[in-house]
Design a binder for this molecule. Structure first.
Ligand code: NAD
Length: 476
C-alpha cells in the first residue's frame, strides 16, 4: 500500500426522511386500508430508515380508479406540448434534488454514492428530458399519423436501480398520454416516495402518477386488476413468466424486462488494461445487481493468464464499504435474502469444482456484504455459468476461436446484453451480428443512453425501453 484514502463521507443531512410514509394516490399521501406496515432498512447498517404502507387489493383498486379518472378527464386529452411541460419540470426538479435523491438511494439500496450520484441520478433526469421531447412529436415517431395512449399503465419495478427504473417506466408512459400506478420493490421504496413529492412539487394533475408500496402480492394485485390497460414489469424471469401467464388471453399489453447472464468476450488483440476496467465495471458496478451485468467472462485462451493476473491485481484495489463514502467502489448487498442467494450459488461453484478467488478486503461487521469474487475453471454446465447470481461474482470461461466464443456466449436461456473486446472493427461487427443479445457493447460495458433502446431476447423478456422504440409499448 503506497497511500490510503482519507474518508470522504457524503452528508446524510441533505435528505430529510419521514419516519413513516403512506401510499401516493390521486395526488396525496394516504393511509393503506389494512393495518400492515413494512420497514425499509439500510443494507449497509441494518438500521431502519422508515416504515411504509402495504397496499392491498382495495388500495390498488383506489389507485387504478384515480389513474383512470386522471386519464379520462385530463391527461389523455391534453396536447402533447402541454404534457411535455410537466415532464420537463419533473426532469429539472430531479436535477435540483439530485444530491438528496442520490443519498436516499444509497441509504435504501446500499449502492455507492459515486454511482447513485454519477449514474442513477443523471440518467433518471435524462430519461425525463428525453421523453419530454417526444411528447409533442408522437405523430412523427413512426406509429401512424395519430397514435393514441393506451390508458392506465400498471408498472412493477425491482430494487437494483429504484429511481432509474421508475424513470424508465414513468417517463415514456406519461409522454404518450398514459397515467400510471407504479409499485416499487419492497426493499427500496424511498426514492419512489420522494418522487411522489416531486410530482406534487411539479403540480402534476392528481392521479396521473400513483405509487403503491408493498410486497409481491401488491404487484400481483396491480397486474391482475381489470382496469389496467398495460403492464410493464422489470424483475426476475420467474415472476415475469407468471405475469405473462396471468395476462394471456386478456387485451392487456405487456412488456417484460427480465434477467440476464451476459457474456463479456475478450479477444487476444484487445487492449487488455482497458478490457480489465470493462470487466470490473461489467460485474462489480452496483455490486453486480445488474440485469445486464457481464457475469460470464469469456477470455481467449492465449491471454487467459495475463488477463487473470491483471484482473486480480485490479480487484484487490476495489474499495468495499460505506456506500456514503465517495471513495467506495463496491457497496452493500441489497438484502439478507439476496446475500443468501449469492452465497448459495457461490457454494454451488465450489461444490461443482470451480476455483474461487475473492479480493482481500475487510468487510464491515453489520449489514450485508460480499467481497468481489471470481471463479476460474468454470464449465458451461456449472450453475454459476448458467444461473443469474445478481451479485459481485464473475465466472471465467475460455475459448480458442471466434466461433467458439459465439457458441459459448449464446449458450444461455437469457439474451439481454453482451460485451466484445477487440481492436478489430470487423471482428466486433461480426460478433455483434452473431450474439443473441439485445445490447452488444464494444470495448465498453454498462453504458446507457435514453436515446438507445434496451431489452432482451429469449428469457430476458420482450419489448424495448428507451428511445423511439420505448414509445411503442405505450401507444395504440
Ligand atoms: P422480482 O421479480 O422478485 O421482483 C421484482 C418486482 O416484482 C418487485 O417489485 C416485486 O415486489 C414484484 N413482484 C414479485 N412477485 C410478483 C408477482 N407475483 N406479481 C407482480 N409483481 C411481483 O425480482 P427482484 O429479485 O426484485 O429483482 C431482480 C431481478 O430483476 C433480476 O432477475 C434482474 O435480472 C431483473 N432485472 C431486470 C432488468 C431489465 O431491465 N431487464 C433490470 C433490473 C432487474
Amino acid at each position: 500500500m503506497v497511500f490510503d484514502y482519507a474518508p470522504a463521507p457524503e452528508s446524510r443531512s441533505v435528505v430529510d426522511l419521514r419516519s413513516s410514509y403512506g401510499l401516493f394516490i390521486d395526488g396525496a399521501f394516504v393511509d393503506a386500508t389494512g393495518p400492515d406496515r413494512m420497514k425499509t432498512v439500510n443494507p449497509a447498517t441494518e438500521e431502519v430508515l422508515a416504515e411504509v404502507g402495504v397496499a392491498d387489493a382495495a388500495d390498488v383498486d383506489r389507485a387504478v380508479a384515480a389513474a383512470r379518472r386522471a386519464h379520462t378527464a385530463v391527461w389523455g386529452a391534453m396536447p402533447g406540448r402541454e404534457r411535455a411541460k410537466y415532464l420537463y419540470r419533473i426532469a429539472r426538479i430531479v436535477q435540483e434534488r439530485a444530491r438528496e435523491l442520490a443519498v436516499a438511494e444509497s441509504l435504501d439500496n446500499g449502492k455507492p454514492i459515486r454511482e447513485s450520484r454519477d449514474v442513477d441520478l443523471p440518467l433518471a433526469a435524462a430519461w425525463f428530458f428525453h421523453y419530454a421531447g417526444w411528447a409533442d412529436k408522437l405523430e412523427h415517431a413512426g406509429f401512424g399519423p395519430d397514435p393514441q395512449p393506451l390508458g392506465v399503465a400498471g408498472q412493477v419495478i425491482p430494487w437494483n436501480f429504484p429511481l432509474l427504473m421508475l424513470a424508465w417506466k414513468i417517463a415514456p408512459a406519461l409522454a404518450c398520454g398514459n397515467t400510471v400506478v407504479l409499485k416499487p420493490a419492497e426493499t427500496t421504496p424511498l426514492t419512489a416516495l420522494l418522487f411522489a413529492e416531486i410530482c406534487q412539487q411539479a403540480d402534476l394533475p392528481p392521479g396521473v402518477v400513483n405509487i403503491v408500496t408493498g410486497p409481491g402480492a401488491t404487484g400481483q394485485a396491480l397486474v391482475e386488476h381489470a382496469g389496467v390497460d398495460k403492464v410493464a414489469f422489470t424483475g426476475s424471469t420467474a415472476v415475469g413468466r407468471q405475469i405473462a401467464r396471468t395476462l394471456a388471453g386478456t387485451s392487456k399489453r405487456l412488456t417484460l424486462e427480465l434477467g440476464g447472464k451476459a457474456a463479456n468476450v475478450v479477444f487476444e488483440d484487445a487492449p487488455l488494461d482497458q478490457a480489465v476496467e470493462g470487466i470490473v465495471n461489467g460485474i462489480f458496478f452496483n455490486q453486480g445487481h445488474v440485469c445486464c451485468a457481464g457475469s460470464r467472462l469469456l477470455v481467449q485462451e492465449s491471454v487467459h493468464d495475463d488477463v487473470l493476473e491483471r484482473l486480480k491485481r485490479r480487484m484487490a484495489e476495489l474499495r468495499v464499504g460505506d456506500p456514503l463514502d465517495k471513495n467506495t467502489d463496491v457497496g452493500a448487498i441489497n438484502s439478507a435474502a439476496q446475500l443468501a442467494r449469492i452465497r448459495e450459488l457461490s457454494a454451488a461453484g465450489d461444490a461443482e469444482g470451480a476455483e474461487r478467488w475473492s479480493a482481500p478486503c475487510a468487510l464491515p461487521d453489520h449489514g450485508f456484504w460480499f467481497a468481489p469474487t471470481l471463479f476460474t475453471g468454470v464449465t458451461q454446465a456449472h450453475r454459476i455459468a448458467r444461473e443469474e447470481i445478481f451479485g459481485p461474482v464473475l465466472s471465467v470461461l475460455t475459448f480458442r476461436t471466434p466461433a467458439e466464443a459465439v457458441a459459448k456466449a449464446n449458450n444461455t436461456p437469457y439474451g439481454l446484453s453482451a460485451g466484445v473486446w477487440s481492436e478489430k472493427g470487423s471482428r466486433i461487427l461480426w460478433m455483434a451480428a452473431q450474439l443473441r443479445a439485445g445490447v452488444v457493447w464494444a470495448n465498453t460495458f454498462n453504458v446507457f443512453d435514453p436515446a438507445s433502446p434496451f431489452g432482451g431476447y429469449k428469457e430476458s423478456g420482450y419489448g424495448r425501453e428507451g428511445g423511439r422504440h420505448g414509445l411503442e409499448g405505450y401507444l395504440r
